[in-house]
Every structure is written in structure tokens, then in C-alpha cells.
Design a protein around this ligand. Structure first.
Ligand SMILES: NC(=O)c1ccc[n+]([C@@H]2O[C@H](COP(=O)([O-])OP(=O)(O)OC[C@H]3O[C@@H](n4cnc5c(N)ncnc54)[C@H](OP(=O)(O)O)[C@@H]3O)[C@@H](O)[C@H]2O)c1
Length: 235
């Protein structure tokens, strides 16, 4: 397995939930971490709580906005001197039947979960090119292969993200860029909170463990897609 010590990672949506757990896991592996979320106050709070001064820093960026994404990656290069790993994690779910969903809701979900991932990947590839390669981990979902009623926007975004991940991998594998799509089922985060409770769900740390395992594979090997599901989902 490769070491992540000294690697520079950018994690979108690192202020809470799965992204936060991935930041903390990467820090434990010795990586340096740049994170974003929409509000500087919550970014600063997350950075402070992670308590690795110098090794973790954050800048507010809304990944739906191309100018924010460009500013974020420019800042990463300035602060950290390059980039080795991008984790496209920021995401949300709009859960409405198509007939009741507004165009604004549709665009909001696709803009974040799919367009944002493209914007970030595009900027990251330019930084990877200067270092001779890199790794992109896209946090997708089992909703990227299983459609459900009320999930049209979220399903479309995650089905799309899986297709994007695969094509991205085929486009750039010979540039030493590896791409992995991680597809969790229900995870115990604010996003995943519902009336069924949390005891049966995947914990964010479990997804982070899988992300670290995928990232630590030897350069010759690429884990391109992983499904993670609760062992015993609520019946
Ligand atoms: N929880 C689940 O059951 C589950 C299952 C499968 C896949 N996933 C996927 O896992 C990823 C993370 O989900 P989560 O459950 O950890 O959600 P979460 O707890 O709601 O966290 C979402 C993170 O994304 C950030 N974020 C939201 N909108 C953003 C934007 N426009 N620009 C930048 N950052 C933004 C949030 O920060 P701010 O609010 O500070 O901006 C927060 O850090 C998502 O892609 C989701 O689709 C989740």
C-alpha cells in the first residue's frame, strides 16, 4: 500500500458529514488537507476543531459556482504548492416527485452534485498535470444505480456522476490520474437523517475508511467503483 503522508488533498464539503470524516481520516494518514464549504464561518470552525494547525486549511467556496471553484483551486495551489488528491464530496438531495419539482430545485441538485464535480475535476486536472498525476474520488451513491420514486433529481445527478467518473478515468488514466467512485447507501449524517433512526446506518467514518483504502492502493491498481451498504437496513 502507498502512504498518504505529505500528500495534498482537497475535499469539497469538508465541514460536516462524510466530507468531514474523510478530512479527519486523511489527516490521520499524514496528508495535508484543503477543504471548502459554503460559509467561511463553518469552514473556519471545522478547521479549528480538526486541530492540525498548518496541515488543514479551508476557504469558503460554493462548488456550483465556477468562479468560486477557480478561486478555491488557485488558493490551494498558493497555500499548499500543488494538489495530489481531489475528493468531490459536496452534495445534497432534492427529493420531490417530478410533477411537483420546480426547475430551480432540479437545477440546484444537478448544479451541485454533477456540474460542481466537473468544475472541480477540471481545475484539479490542471494542477495534477504539473505534478505528473493525481487521484479523484467522487462520492456518488447507491442512488446512482437504484432509482426510487421522489429521487429523480438526485438519481439523475448520481447516475450522471457515475458516468462522468468512468469517462474521466478513461480520458486521463494514461496521464497517471486515477478515479474512484464511492457509492454508499444510507449514511448517518444530517443529509441522511430520517425517522428510521441511525443505529442501522453506515457511519461517515466507514466511508472515510474506504476512501483511505482506495487512495492507498499501489499506483498500478485502481479501485474504480465501490458500493457500500448497511449490513442490515431497517425493514
Ligand atoms: N448521507 C447519506 O446517506 C449519503 C448516502 C450516499 C451518498 N451520500 C453523498 O455523500 C456526500 C456528502 O453527504 P453528507 O451525507 O455528508 O451530507 P451533509 O452532512 O449534508 O454534508 C454536506 C457537505 O457539503 C457541503 N456543501 C453543501 N452544499 C455545498 C456547496 N454548494 N458548495 C460547497 N459545499 C457544499 C456542506 O457544507 P456547508 O453546508 O457548510 O456548505 C457539507 O460540508 C454527498 O455527495 C451525498 O450525496 C450521502
Amino acid at each position: 500500500m502507498e502512504t498518504l503522508t505529505g500528500k495534498i488533498a482537497a475535499v469539497t464539503g469538508g465541514t460536516r458529514g462524510i466530507g468531514r470524516a474523510i478530512c479527519e481520516r486523511l489527516l490521520r494518514e499524514g496528508a495535508r488537507v484543503a477543504l471548502c464549504g459554503r460559509l467561511q464561518a463553518s469552514v473556519d470552525n471545522a478547521v479549528r476543531e480538526m486541530a492540525h494547525p498548518g496541515r488543514v486549511q479551508g476557504l469558503a467556496a460554493d462548488v456550483r459556482k465556477l468562479q468560486d471553484v477557480r478561486r478555491f483551486f488557485g488558493w490551494v495551489e498558493e497555500q499548499f504548492g500543488g494538489l495530489d488528491i481531489l475528493v468531490n464530496n459536496a452534495g445534497e438531495g432534492v427529493f420531490r416527485r417530478v410533477g411537483e419539482m420546480t426547475a430551480e430545485e432540479w437545477h440546484r441538485n444537478i448544479d451541485l452534485n454533477l456540474n460542481g464535480a466537473y468544475y472541480c475535476a477540471h481545475e484539479a486536472l490542471a494542477l495534477f498535470a504539473r505534478r505528473g498525476g493525481g487521484f479523484i474520488v467522487n462520492i456518488s451513491s447507491l442512488a446512482g444505480k437504484n432509482a426510487f420514486s421522489g429521487g429523480a433529481a438526485y438519481n439523475a445527478s448520481k447516475f450522471g456522476l457515475n458516468g462522468f467518473s468512468e469517462a474521466l478515468m478513461l480520458d486521463h488514466r494514461y496521464d497517471n490520474v486515477r478515479v474512484a467512485s464511492i457509492m454508499p447507501g444510507s449514511v448517518n449524517t444530517e443529509f441522511g437523517r430520517d425517522a428510521t433512526g441511525a443505529d442501522w446506518k453506515i457511519q461517515p467514518e466507514d466511508v472515510a475508511e474506504v476512501a483511505a483504502m482506495v487512495l492507498r492502493m499501489p499506483a498500478r491498481t485502481m479501485v474504480s467503483r465501490v458500493e457500500i451498504r448497511p449490513s442490515q437496513p431497517k425493514k
